[in-house]
Design a protein around this ligand. Structure first.
Ligand code: G3H
Ligand code: 13P
Ligand code: ZN
Length: 317
C-alpha cells in the first residue's frame, strides 16, 4: 500500500467514535518512533510536516523518511499531510511532491479571504485527488496576552461553518475551541477548559463531517519533570487534560494534532542521557533514548487517548 489520503480514515473514525493521531515529523528518530508504535498497535496514522520542518530537514529528506517508514510498516495506512500550509504555492508544491493531504490555513484572514484562498487550494487539490483541511477561528497561546472577550472572538463561530464548508468544498475543518499550540496552554492555577458547546454546535450543523483539533498536546508531566530534573527550565508547562481529548475523540473530532508532546519526550530522553553521562558524545546513545520516548508517547496516545488501536484492520489495503 502507498501513502493514503484521509477520507477513509476519517469516515471510519467518525463512525467508530475514535480519532486518528496526526504527529509532526522533523527528523528520522521522530518518524521511526511514531511509526514503530503505530505499526505495533496496528493503528492508522497521519505524519505531518510544517513549514518549520521543511526548513530544518529539507522537504525531500522528510518525504523519503516517510516513504521508508511505509516500507517498514506495510500493515498500517499512513497519510502524509502538510501542516499549516500558508499559501496556494506551498500546497501545490506538496501535492506535486506526493503529499496525500494538505492544510490551507487561512484562519488569520477575513472570512471572505479565507474562503477564497481555501477554495483555490481545494479546486487544485481535488483535481489531483488530494484532500484539504481548512481552518476557521484562531488558536491562541497564553503568551498572546489576550483578554476574555478577545478570546471569545477567536473561537470558531458555529454559524459560519456551513457556509465555509459549502463554499470551499474542504474535506475537514480545524476549529478553535480553546486548545493552543506549544507547551503553555493555560496559566498556572487556571482550570483547563475546552468549549465543547461550540464543538457540539459545529457538529450539529455539519453532520458526519470530520473536525480537526490543533494544539492538542497534553504536555505530559512525567517528561516535563524529567526535563526539569536534568537541567531544563519548563516551569508551568501545562497541556490539555487527556479526558477532554478522549471526549473529543469520541465526537466529530477525527484528527488530533500532536507535536509538543513528541518534542518533550525526545528532549527528556536526550537530557537524561547527557546530564547523567557527560562522557557520552555518540549521538546514537542519546537519540535512541529520545526515540524510545517518542514511541512510548505515541503508543500511549493511540491506546489511551485516540482509541485507534487495531483500527488499521478495518481499512482497505
Ligand atoms: O502547528 C505547529 C506545529 O507544532 C509545528 O511547529 O512550525 O515549529 O514546526 P513548527
Ligand atoms: P501541540 O503544540 O499542542 O502539539 O499542537 C501541534 C499542532 O497543532 C500542529 O499543527
Ligand atoms: Zn496546528
Amino acid at each position: 500500500m502507498g501513502l493514503v489520503g484521509t477520507t477513509e480514515m476519517f469516515q471510519k473514525a467518525y463512525e467508530g467514535g475514535y480519532a486518528i493521531g496526526a504527529f509532526n515529523v522533523n527528523n528520522m528518530e521522530i518518524v521511526q518512533g511514531i511509526t514503530e508504535a503505530a505499526g505495533e498497535l496496528n493503528a492508522p496514522v497521519i505524519l505531518q510536516v510544517s513549514a518549520g520542518a521543511r526548513k530544518y530537514a529539507n522537504h525531500t529528506y522528510l518525504i523519503k523518511l516517510v516513504e521508508a517508514a511505509l516500507i517498514e510498516n506495510p500493515n498500517i495506512p499512513i497519510a502524509l499531510h502538510l501542516d499549516h500550509g500558508a499559501d496556494f504555492d506551498i500546497c501545490k508544491s506538496c501535492i506535486e511532491d506526493g503529499f496525500t493531504s494538505v492544510m490551507i490555513d487561512g484562519s488569520k484572514y477575513s472570512f471572505e479571504d479565507n474562503i477564497a484562498l481555501t477554495k483555490q487550494v481545494v479546486d487544485y487539490a481535488h483535481d489531483h485527488g488530494i484532500v484539504v483541511e481548512g481552518e476557521l477561528g484562531q488558536l491562541s497561546g497564553i503568551e498572546d496576552d489576550v483578554n476574555v472577550s478577545d478570546e471569545d472572538a477567536n473561537y470558531t463561530q458555529p454559524d459560519q461553518v456551513e457556509e465555509f464548508v459549502g463554499r470551499t468544498g474542504v474535506d475537514s475543518l480545524a476549529i478553535a475551541i480553546g486548545t493552543s499550540h506549544g507547551a503553555y496552554k493555560f496559566k498556572p492555577g487556571q482550570k483547563p477548559m475546552l468549549r465543547f458547546d461550540i464543538l457540539d454546535e459545529v457538529s450539529k450543523r455539519l453532520p458526519g463531517f470530520p473536525i480537526v483539533l490543533h494544539g492538542a498536546s497534553s504536555v505530559l508531566q512525567n517528561y516535563v519533570q524529567i526535563i526539569q530534573d536534568h537541567g531544563g527550565n519548563l516551569k508551568d508547562a501545562i497541556g490539555i487534560p487527556e479526558d477532554m481529548l478522549r471526549q473529543a475523540a469520541r465526537s466529530a473530532v477525527c484528527k488530533i494534532n500532536i507535536d509538543s508532546d513528541l518534542r518533550l519526550a525526545l528532549t527528556a530522553g536526550v537530557r537524561e542521557v547527557m546530564w547523567d553521562h557527560p562522557e557520552i558524545f555518540d549521538p546514537r546513545e542519546y537519540l535512541k533514548v529520545g526515540r524510545a520516548n517518542v514511541k512510548e508517547v505515541v503508543a500511549h496516545k493511540i491506546t489511551e487517548v485516540l482509541g485507534c488501536e487495531g483500527k488499521a484492520a478495518e481499512m482497505s489495503k
